[in-house]
Design a protein around this ligand. Structure first.
Ligand code: ZN
Length: 411
């Protein structure tokens, strides 16, 4: 049947080569085409054993698979192709990490170069992936494909046929793609000239939060499922705003700030988890937020100005989504801490306007691990054992959270 090709003036589109350029700000994929063509391109999430994928649909094409040049570094695992429908062929790029398409466009032939389809993409966080992956680039519309093209039989010997609707059989051994490792940003409260609360045993909050942050890093990394970044790993001062900026610049998937509370009443004890709200849930919480936020004033920074900027972002609906995810995570932490026998305040999940929780795109919680002002509790917070207990309950919560996130993504 292959000879029919030669009789048809409407020969299949040809893909002569596929190559990638890895740049610091993006990866550029260039597809050499035999002629200008309609296309559509979009992302698919990781499902079951399938990784994150870039999809490029074009009218039926013949591809020279020998000229697919994968980059040696970067994110590209595999480039595959096949028929989606009798009219449409599909090129799939398997990726190690969630990514988003920055732009997809065609360059006309000229200066010895053929028509080219260019796809620029960039790795991103799971959260940003969720927001961006539904965007479709290009204008390929199945109804617009000339019927003459569909009549042309295709040589499919050299390409794998992709059947996107059919899940691989459980019995078939499939090559396991490494799952994306979410980045957890751990923020040890205070530091340097800002000691935080001073404990009944004269311990500084800044030392306890740093020790707890390091312990949490250890337990999270031990799972092999997460990357971890600390906003500080030594006794140094960092502005609240810069802690948030750090998390965002790293494209963190979750932000956990660790603190230990203090209050005039030495009997009060128990851990609590805070998520962002425009309104503090009560007066005590408002005072706590004011105290934790005050460090920026110590550094001579006018927080009210930065708040304006942040409050503008707050209007964004994306923020509401992030706040919901933060709340969801906070509730899991409460449950797991209770189960591990950690004393909690009554109504342990609270809301406050902590500056450090204001990343609009990273679910963020602040954990007050206990009271420095309570003699018993500060002694426990000063012990490795107790901090390990806290770290384990947070790690379990991170696991539960991302299991849920992945499930949602695949729906
Ligand atoms: Zn604190």
């Amino acid at each position: 049947m292959l000879f029919l090709h030669s009789f048809s003036a409407m020969a299949n589109l040809g893909i002569d080569s596929v190559r990638f350029g890895v740049h610091s700000d993006k990866t550029r994929m260039v597809i050499d085409l035999s002629e200008p063509s309609e296309f559509r391109s979009f992302m698919l999430p990781a499902i079951d054993d399938k990784p994150y994928r870039i999809v490029i649909d074009l009218p039926n094409f013949n591809i020279n698979t020998a000229n697919i040049v994968k980059p040696k570094t970067g994110d590209v695992l595999e480039v595959r192709s096949g028929n989606l429908t009798p009219e449409i062929s599909r090129l799939v790029v398997d990726l190690k990490n969630p990514s988003y398409i920055l732009n997809a466009f065609q360059l006309p032939s000229g200066a010895g170069k053929p028509d080219r389809l260019v796809i620029d993409f960039k790795t991103t966080s799971i959260n940003n992936f969720k927001e961006t992956h539904k965007k479709v680039f290009g204008n390929l519309n199945e109804k617009n494909i000339p019927k003459t093209l569909t009549a042309v039989p295709k040589a499919t010997d050299s390409v794998k046929t992709i059947k996107p609707q059919i899940k691989p059989s459980k019995n078939v051994a499939t090559t396991k793609t490494p799952l994306y490792k979410p980045l957890i940003v751990i923020d040890a409260g205070h530091g340097g000239k800002d000691s935080g609360a001073v404990g009944a045993n004269k311990t500084y909050e800044k030392h306890i939060t740093l020790a707890a942050a390091k312990e949490l890093k250890k337990t999270l990394e031990a799972t092999g499922k997460y990357r971890v970044s600390l906003t500080r790993s030594s006794d140094k001062f960092i502005k609240l705003r810069n802690r948030v900026n750090y998390g965002r610049s790293k494209e963190g998937d979750l932000f956990v700030s660790l603190h230990a509370d203090s209050i005039n009443n030495p009997k009060v004890r128990g851990a609590s988890i805070y998520t962002l709200s425009n309104k503090a849930s009560d007066a005590q919480t408002a005072r706590l937020a004011a105290r934790e936020n005050r460090v920026d004033l110590i550094a001579g920074v006018d927080l009210s100005h930065e708040d304006k900027e942040v409050s503008d972002i707050l209007i964004d609906l994306a923020m509401r989504d992030t706040m919901n995810q933060s709340k969801f995570f906070a509730n899991i932490v409460v449950k797991n801490m209770k189960e591990r026998g950690i004393t909690m305040l009554n109504r342990p999940h609270r809301y406050a306007g902590f500056a450090v929780l204001k990343a609009p795109d990273i679910p963020s919680v602040l954990i007050e691990m206990g009271f420095m002002s309570n003699r018993n509790e500060v002694r426990m917070l000063s012990s490795d054992n107790y901090r390990r207990k806290i770290a384990l309950s947070v790690t379990e919560s991170v696991d539960a959270y991302f299991t849920k996130v992945r499930k949602n993504e695949n729906q």
